[in-house]
Design a binder for this molecule. Structure first.
Ligand code: GLN
Ligand code: ZN
Length: 765
């Protein structure tokens, strides 16, 4: 019999219950017991969903109150001393590492948090010391939760992050120089101890995640698998058998590592992302090893195409036999929303196209039956085939006009009329900008008043006219404050925007929106990405009204503000029936029309934000990455190149690690780039000299994530440092990012100092 398995389930619950409980606890509104009780309720509910769906192998220890890597930091006692010495309760210590702790005389910042592979989930980085030790916490979480499920009558397969990935995803703490992977010898015995405890509790198998196997690995990391897994093999029957799981990429380039897992029961691979690795992986398996075939997408919301999955599964079964194949989700379902059943507002035809976590677990179970006995699940298979067909043929999906327009795109459409020098000469005249021009990144404080009015409008409690006049008043306010501050290039403040992607999605054809499809981004933060269901086009201008009004009341140039095609794509659930490059080009064409319309309406500075450009970068070097960069850059250029030389194109990025990415950013040919820089070393800007970057740059001069108002002196010092690496006529003065999360008095205070500092240098040069 073929078994079904799930690699992990979302933690938040139907109505983001975990978010609510965590935040209530942080605000001292519920007790620690109440929070832990809620965690337990959610775990049991999620196990039951999977059991009721007929899943054979159900995970435990996939739940986390904040982050699962952070859980490992704590149960391996790898907590930095700045936290342990506070003598907080284990739960408070855990949250202190996740989000910082500023209470009762304790003041510690959070550990660093970064994106989990190429997903929008963030994990807490193991932060290691020169004299790092590890030991197993008392009553460790994986054992506790295994027993909890067992008590409820469910034998689970605990999930652990494997030792090599745990270390490779970590870093040396500030002031330490330890190479994380060198700590393997100290860590592995603690894993063995934990595995023994799991076995003693009754766990037969453990899922051990080594997702770093999809990366290009440094030789020392690669070499670490062998000793680690040999130590596990040496423990023999004293530990559960292991299924080594990889996801978000293929492992073919790391096949030389596989002998390290020869004692493992099986290997899990992601066949959604890389179906072509199936046959090579089959050949690599040991004579009795099983293949866990990840065919149900853990990263997207589309209904599984059963026919396609069954093909892959049949191939595996033909080679390995029924007992050696497990039908699985491609990765944890953490990256998908809880249940489609909550969506009451989706168009009925479209509803049939989707499958969220609670539906995906059923798909896994159905596929496992279908692969040996299709007649047993005939009705489900037929319904699936009908839904897949309906989507493929839907007019919602296919718009011939969009395809025609794409077919007619020419190479010239990607390039501005002239080179930067010619453009800049015209822009300078046209915009009459001073040296060290000051500007902001787009949004101003999203006050509770703005949210209240938007809510009223969405609910129909106020009319469109009333809402419009409210937005106008907000723009008036933003403009008058910029007059007072004496900034050089204004923004309208984005009061009308709920979210930088959803706002555009709602104005484009080809998108649908959910009401409850939240996905965890980090800790208690969730996002609700819009879904691209069909060919994208722009039925009408999206931002012209607000920008035009703002320009009409300002004495300085008003900057139009758009979200770029790559960011719109990345922060949505994309289609899987056409390549992402096709969707991105459609977005680019829609935005191109918007850019040209803005210009025609008197907006001569236009910023097209691409904060997600970098996260889309394929995980490995090579042809896939090169191809991505080519279509991503081309999409941006197609969106922005339709304007006259005298119109200035800006772009914005919220990250400072652009060294290895520099050529892509340079290739965008934006007249002005604003980038996050205030928290990093100004030395990072050296790349602009080294590469003789000709255009203009605004490295953020202060951190907008903090309420702190830096003194004028701090701004001056920062600008001074930047001038070591940038030519004065090249430098713009702006914050790190948009100001929507700040309060007006913080914004006014910081920008006053920023403008004064810019004026000081203007005098000086
Ligand atoms: N223009 C956007 C804003 O200021 C940019 C946001 C971002 O970079 N993430 O809010
Ligand atoms: Zn930003």
């Amino acid at each position: 019999m073929v078994q079904s398995s799930v690699l992990g389930f979302p933690r938040m619950g139907v109505l983001r219950d975990l978010k609510k409980a965590n935040e209530a606890y942080w605000a001292d509104k519920i007790s620690q017991e109440a929070l832990l009780e809620e965690g337990k309720r959610l775990r049991l509910a999620h196990w039951k969903i999977q059991k009721d769906a007929g899943v054979d192998i159900i995970p435990s220890n996939d739940f986390a109150h904040y982050d699962h890597v952070l859980d490992h930091i704590q149960f391996f006692n790898a907590v930095p001393e700045r936290y342990t010495k506070q003598k907080l309760s284990p739960l408070d210590e855990y949250f202190a590492m996740g989000r910082g702790h500023q209470k009762g005389g304790v003041d510690v910042p959070a550990l660093e948090m970064v994106k989990w592979f190429d997903s929008n989930y963030h994990y807490v980085k193991p932060t290691l010391q020169d004299n790092q030790t590890f030991s197993l916490a008392e009553n460790p979480k994986p054992v506790r939760e295994f027993l909890e499920a067992k008590e409820a009558g469910i034998i689970t397969r605990p999930v652990l992050v494997g030792p090599v990935s745990f270390l490779a995803l970590g870093k040396a703490d500030r002031g330490s120089s330890v190479n994380p992977i060198s700590l393997l010898d100290k860590l592995v015995p603690v894993y063995v101890e934990l595995l023994k405890a799991l076995k003693a509790a009754g766990a037969e198998t453990v899922q051990i995640d080594e997702p770093t196997l999809v990366f290009d690995l440094a030789p020392e990391v690669k070499a670490a698998f062998k000793p680690a897994y040999e130590a596990f093999a040496a423990a023999g029957d004293a530990i559960p058998s292991l299924v080594v799981a990889t996801y978000f990429g293929d492992i073919v380039h790391n096949f030389d590592v596989l002998p390290a897992f020869s004692a493992a029961k099986g290997i899990h691979v992601d066949l959604v992302r890389n179906p072509e690795q199936l046959e090579p992986v089959i050949k690599q398996l040991g004579p009795s090893q099983i293949l866990s075939a990840g065919v149900v997408d853990g990263r997207n919301i589309w209904k599984n195409d059963f026919a396609k999955s069954l093909d892959l599964l049949q191939t595996a079964i033909k080679a390995l036999g029924e007992d050696r194949v497990i039908v699985a989700t491609s990765s944890s379902l953490l990256h998908t929303p809880h249940t489609l059943a909550s969506e009451k507002k989706l168009p009925t035809d479209v509803y049939e196209w989707f499958s969220f976590a609670s539906e995906k677990v059923k798909e896994v179970a159905i596929l496992a039956k279908a692969v040996t006995n299709p007649e047993a699940v005939r009705a489900e298979l037929d319904a699936n085939a009908a839904a897949i067909k309906a989507r493929a043929e839907s007019t919602r999906t296919n718009d011939p006009k969009v395809k025609e327009r794409q077919a007619a795109v020419t190479p010239e459409q990607h390039n501005r009329k002239s080179g930067f020098d010619t453009r800049y000469a015209q822009q300078k005249k046209h915009l009459s900008l001073p040296l060290f021009p000051t500007t902001t990144i787009g949004s101003f404080p999203q006050t509770s008043e703005i949210r209240v009015q938007r809510n009223k409008f969405t609910k129909g409690e106020i009319s469109a006219e009333e809402y419009d006049s409210f937005i106008k008043k907000e723009i008036d306010l933003a403009v008058s404050i910029q007059d007072e501050l004496d900034l050089d290039v204004y923004v309208h403040g984005e009061p009308e925007r709920n979210d930088m992607v959803q706002y555009f999605g709602e104005r484009l054809n080809g998108y649908v929106f959910t009401t409850h499809a939240w996905v965890q981004s980090y800790g208690s933060r969730c996002v609700r990405p819009p879904i691209i269901v069909g060919d994208i086009s722009r039925p009408a201008p999206m931002t012209v009204k607000e920008s035009k009004y703002a320009a009409s009341i300002s004495k300085k140039p008003m900057k139009g503000m758009l979200t770029g095609p790559v960011t719109c794509l990345r922060w949505s659930f994309p289609r899987v029936d056409v390549h992402q490059s096709v969707q991105c080009q459609q977005l680019a064409l829609a935005l191109r029309d918007e850019v040209v319309d803005l210009e025609a309406n008197g907006i001569y500075v236009i910023q097209v934000d691409e904060p997600a450009l970098r996260e889309g970068l394929p995980l490995r070097k090579g042809s896939e990455r090169d191809a991505y960069l080519e279509w991503a850059v081309n999409s941006f250029k197609l969106a922005t190149a339709g304007v006259e030389d005298s119109t200035q194109i800006h772009s914005h990025f919220c990250y400072s690690e652009f060294q290895d990415f520099f050529h892509a950013i340079a290739a965008l040919d934006a007249d002005v780039l604003s980038i996050e820089n205030s928290k990093s070393d100004a030395k990072l800007l050296k790349v602009f000299i080294d590469e003789a970057y000709p255009r203009h740059i605004g490295p953020g001069v202060y951190d907008i994530h903090s309420p702190r108002v830096p003194a004028e002196e701090e701004f001056k010092q920062r600008i001074e440092e930047m001038l070591e690496f940038l030519r004065p006529e090249q430098l713009w003065i702006n914050p790190d990012c948009g100001l929507k999360t700040r309060k007006w008095d913080e914004v006014k205070g910081a920008l006053t100092h920023m403008v004064n500092a810019a004026k000081y240098f203007r005098e000086k040069y």
